[in-house]
Design a protein around this ligand. Structure first.
Ligand code: WTA
Length: 654
């Protein structure tokens, strides 16, 4: 313990209760180690056993892992299955009446749907998609609010083998346009509007705007779900959701697809201006999400599971649409926001729906502490048995509050490290097996060979920081960047890593071997748990006619984790009048909102006559970071071409 303290300054260790351990799916450290040893003894045999026991196959596989075209790995290649079948039909014989989804709308209205009805509605919708000529392998964009229909849309695509690409409703029409064209989508599924925090926010108009931005002529159908009954424009290729499904049969034979058939593409930020279309497989992905439901969420048939993520993010794919349904779980989905009508909304919902497993992001926890740290005490949260955290490191204060005030000191917290690219949890506690400490995601899941290496790809020893890698391929991992094999190879399997998957995070291990995530090693920011590329925001700013040049960095933010700070050089003169400067900054903020989406709007824009550059013209970002953080510049500035610029940027109006 004293060692841990000296290394990590965090010496609090929490053990699961005997009661929790006794009922856990993986009970005790020895059981966890036995799984790890099984994987170490026979790596592919381990995954093959789990794939046979966990998934329902139409045609069993005989091949396990093909590494011949590494890093383009293939798992269970000659097997055939259907993901929607595994999520729905698989439960009909025994659990047809079980509630699948408890949907709570923004205004508090609750709608429940059981597995039988969900199956029927997915089939109807899948038949509707087929009636529009949508077939296996076609790409379908989903741009929808959190709703039962969003889940149906995703499952409907999976049922017919169409590849969905969900675009978060907070992204702008421009971002939508880029994704439609990159994926060459043949259909867009959207809603007239979304309701959040008592406000109606249009969605369909963003789709129309996306079309006006350029040629989206691959799109033959825009399917519109009526959510808000507001006025919208109407075009020839538009069809109402309710008209599409009218008269469609509630039976639809699933399209049996090969294990490697792409289930979905999900765009995420990387270190260039262009988002990456992360492509996932069918079988390997589903296996990963199902195993992590059992191992990390300790899933039990009578759980009421609630993951608060939007289906626009990977967390919503894996732990709303696919994982819980594949397990036959009852889960809550929520349309609104945690602070409406007040900051007690989550706690009220946990009480009302008797939630047992609650999974959210540190940014939400921090904002709820700030807006109503005492509010959880007003609700009966005794149904909870497990808490989870995802998206960014959770700071010890937030962890302790979550543990004591929300979990009543009774519920283990699973701090889950993973990424869009990994598909499911990679490093996270198995809550009945290991002790937990605030701020660490603990140990890798069985079979996941996580390690920390230096720049040459050599493993560094405990307590040293380095790059986080995963040494062996695993079933749920990314298969490709849509249409860009070269970028896939370069981003995740650079030569120095000798074939290991490079996660893009730095990390270190403590004396117990626990992993502590230190942050991104690339130009990716993590704002409120959302990934944003600094280059993406820079190119958005540079596209504005007022802007000559822009550089974007992150700075720590109390609630959001990181805030976006932009340094901008205008084409015209830098305004002397602070009011004028603020006005321009506001215009540029809104511009980023339209180019990317509101989540990417810089918190701060500083106008300068130039940016700090080396003599060779390279922007010195570390200096910009120091300025953004309000730190004294102690670094060497001798290579700086224009030192006076630092003072100007420091004093610039924000
Ligand atoms: C960060 C979200 C610390 C990390 C599932 C990673 C975390 C990026 C954690 C992926 C965690 C995610 N502790 N950092 N428990 N979980 N991250 O693709 O930097 O949206 O690389 O996937 O979030 O973000 P993504």
């Amino acid at each position: 313990m004293s060692n841990i303290q000296s290394v990590m300054h965090e010496n609090r260790v929490f053990n699961p209760s005997d009661e929790f351990v006794a009922q856990a799916n993986v009970s005790g450290m020895a059981a966890y180690q036995a799984l790890c040893q099984e994987a170490a003894r026979d790596y592919t045999g381990f995954w093959a056993r789990l794939a046979r026991e966990t998934l329902q196959w139409k045609k069993p596989f005989t091949k396990i892992l093909d590494e011949s075209r590494a890093p383009f790995y293939k798992w269970f290649e000659d097997g055939e299955l259907n993901v929607s079948y595994n999520c729905l039909d698989a439960h009909l014989a025994t659990e047809a009446d079980k509630t699948a989804l408890i949907f709570e709308a923004d205004d508090g209205t609750v709608t429940k749907i059981n597995y039988r009805d969900l199956h029927a509605r997915v089939c109807q919708f899948a038949n509707g998609l087929k009636s529009r000529g949508i077939r296996k392998g076609d790409r379908v964009i989903i741009y929808m609010p959190m709703s039962i229909e969003a889940v149906i849309a995703m499952q409907g695509c999976a049922r017919i083998g169409a590849i969905h690409s969900v675009v978060f409703g907070g992204f702008s029409s421009k971002s939508l346009y880029e994704r439609i064209t990159d994926a060459q989508a043949c259909a867009v599924i959207t809603a007239d509007a979304q309701l959040r925090g008592g406000r109606v926010m249009p969605l369909k108009s963003a789709v129309d705007e996306a079309f006006s931005l350029g040629c989206c002529d691959t799109v033959r159908s825009v399917i519109v779900y009526r959510r808000a009954a507001c006025d919208i424009a109407w075009n020839d290729n538009n069809i109402w959701w309710h008209d599409l499904i009218a008269n469609q049969s509630s039976e639809c034979e699933p399209e049996w697809v090969e294990a490697e058939h792409p289930l979905f593409i999900l765009y995420t930020s990387g270190s260039t201006g262009k988002p990456k279309g992360v492509q996932h497989s069918s079988a390997g992905y589903l296996l990963g999400v199902m195993l992590s439901m059992q191992w990390v969420f300790d899933y039990k048939a009578d759980d009421v599971f609630w993951c608060t993520a939007d289906v626009g993010w990977i967390t919503g794919h894996s732990y709303v649409t696919y994982g819980p349904l594949a397990m036959g779980a009852t889960q809550v989905i929520f349309e609104g926001i945690p602070t409406y009508p007040d900051a007690g909304r989550f706690w009220k919902m946990i009480q009302q729906h008797k939630v047992t497993t609650f999974y959210t992001a540190p940014t939400a926890i921090r904002s709820l502490i700030k807006l109503g740290g005492e509010l959880p005490k007003q609700y009966d949260l005794s149904s909870l048995r497990l808490l989870g955290s995802v998206g960014e490191p959770i700071n010890p204060e937030a962890w302790m509050w979550y543990y004591n005030t929300v979990g009543g000191g009774r519920c283990p917290i699973v701090d889950t490290w993973w990424q869009t690219e990994t598909g499911c949890h990679m490093i996270a506690p198995l809550p009945g097996a290991m002790s937990i400490k605030p701020g660490t995601c603990t140990l890798p899941l069985p079979g996941i060979q996580a390690a920390i290496v230096n720049e040459a790809g050599e493993e560094v020893h405990d307590q040293h920081g380095g790059f986080l890698v995963i040494k062996r391929p695993f079933p749920s991992q990314i298969r490709n960047i849509w249409g860009d094999e070269e970028r896939y190879r370069k981003s995740y399997f650079p030569e120095e890593m000798h074939g290991a998957y490079l996660a893009g995070d730095s990390a270190r291990r403590d004396i117990d071997g626990y992993f502590w995530i230190m942050g991104r090693i690339d130009d990716v920011l993590n704002v409120s748990g959302h990934r944003l590329g600094t280059m993406e925001i820079e190119s958005a700013l540079a596209a504005n006619p007022l802007v000559a040049e822009a550089a974007v960095v992150g700075r720590p933010h109390e609630i959001k984790g990181e805030a976006v700070v932009a340094f901008v050089v205008l084409k015209g003169p830098r305004p002397d009048d602070p009011e004028k400067a603020r006005e321009i900054a506001e215009t540029l903020r809104n511009w980023v909102g339209t180019e990317i989406g509101a989540i990417a709007k810089p918190d701060e824009i500083r106008l300068g006559e130039n940016l700090p550059k080396t003599r060779s013209g390279k922007i010195m970002r570390r200096l910009l970071r120091a300025i953004a953080r309000g730190e004294e510049i102690t670094q060497d500035v001798s290579t700086l071409e224009n030192p006076a610029i630092l003072e100007q940027l420091k004093n610039a109006v924000k």
